[in-house]
Design a protein around this ligand. Structure first.
Ligand code: NAD
Length: 264
């Protein structure tokens, strides 16, 4: 976090427990968010998918006092159920769930969109979309009133970008899922939103063949240009976790330096 962002968010999440899913390494948007939430006063836990990511997650968590790490593979119902049981035992209740998870097989992002395979489509949607529903179902019972759920999306949900392919279709489904979950969970006071981030250089992003073009174009054309950083995404996540955003649900908030709003 930049000094300004840290100072302004300081104390905003005092007393809140935030679960941030999807830390692969220090470049992960999930890690940027976890660090920002901790800086804002939250008690934060992060999740990782497997043994490969475990070491990174544990090393990162060790830099923040009190931060815990838990494993969760969202393709496994049992893994999600175990996470919920562990979180209940550790924290009693939680206030915020950040879903920062997506996957599509490399071929689906390399081939023409027309070549999208049934299995690739299914896997991309299972990990990148259905997992939000599955995780919410297990964690909502331990969420406090006025809890906040958020996920990460991209402009490729509503505009076609070369090589973003099935991931764009999955993001469209994810954004619809946000609206349906918001409708369903509103009666419990739980809010569900998405952050549509501009291009951030992460492991997943490197797997998208056209990513550099997307990033360069955004930096060139966004009203805020190169000023856009992952810290801005994390700052919006802190806002969504805070009581300052209590009237906000079912929404997609663009944090892309304004690129989505431009015509060229
Ligand atoms: P990342 O690779 O750091 O994060 C993706 C995470 O998904 C990883 O931690 C990975 O382990 C996890 N994951 C994959 N399969 C999983 C499974 N079966 N169970 C549990 N976790 C699993 O990349 P990122 O860019 O930080 O991506 C995070 C989110 O942000 C994704 O939803 C991505 O689409 C979205 N996003 C990224 C950008 C960008 O430019 N990087 C822009 C907009 C939105």
């Amino acid at each position: 976090m930049s000094d300004t962002a840290t100072t302004s968010a300081s104390g905003l999440l005092d007393g809140k427990t935030c679960i941030v899913m999807g830390v692969q390494n220090r470049w992960s948007i999930a890690w940027q968010i976890a660090e920002a939430m901790a800086n804002a006063g939250a008690n934060v836990a992060i999740t990782y998918v497997d043994d490969r990511a475990k070491k990174n997650a544990e090393q990162l968590a060790a830099t923040v006092p009190g931060m815990r790490t838990f494993v969760c593979d969202v393709t496994q119902d049992e893994s999600i159920a175990n996470l919920a049981t562990t979180l209940k035992a550790e924290y009693g209740s939680i206030d915020t769930l950040v879903h920062s998870i997506a996957f599509a097989p490399a071929d689906e992002l390399k081939n023409r969109f027309l070549e999208t395979s049934r299995d690739g489509f299914r896997l991309a949607h299972d990990i990148s979309v259905y997992s939000l529903i599955a995780v919410a179902r297990e964690l909502v019972p331990i969420m406090s009133e006025h809890g906040s759920i958020m996920t990460m999306t991209y402009l490729g949900a509503t505009r076609a970008f070369p090589k973003y392919n099935v991931m764009g279709v999955a993001k469209a489904a994810l954004e619809a899922t946000v609206r349906y979950l918001a409708l369903d969970l509103g009666e419990q006071g739980i809010r569900v939103n998405a952050i549509s981030a501009g291009p951030v250089r992460t492991a997943s992003a490197r797997g998208i063949p056209g990513f550099s073009d997307m990033a360069n174009m955004a930096a060139e054309r966004a009203p805020l240009g190169k000023v856009f950083t992952p810290e801005h995404v994390a700052g919006t996540a802190v806002f969504l976790a805070s009581d300052a955003s209590q009237g906000l649900t079912g929404d997609v908030i663009f944090v892309d330096g304004g690129y989505h709003a431009t015509g060229m």
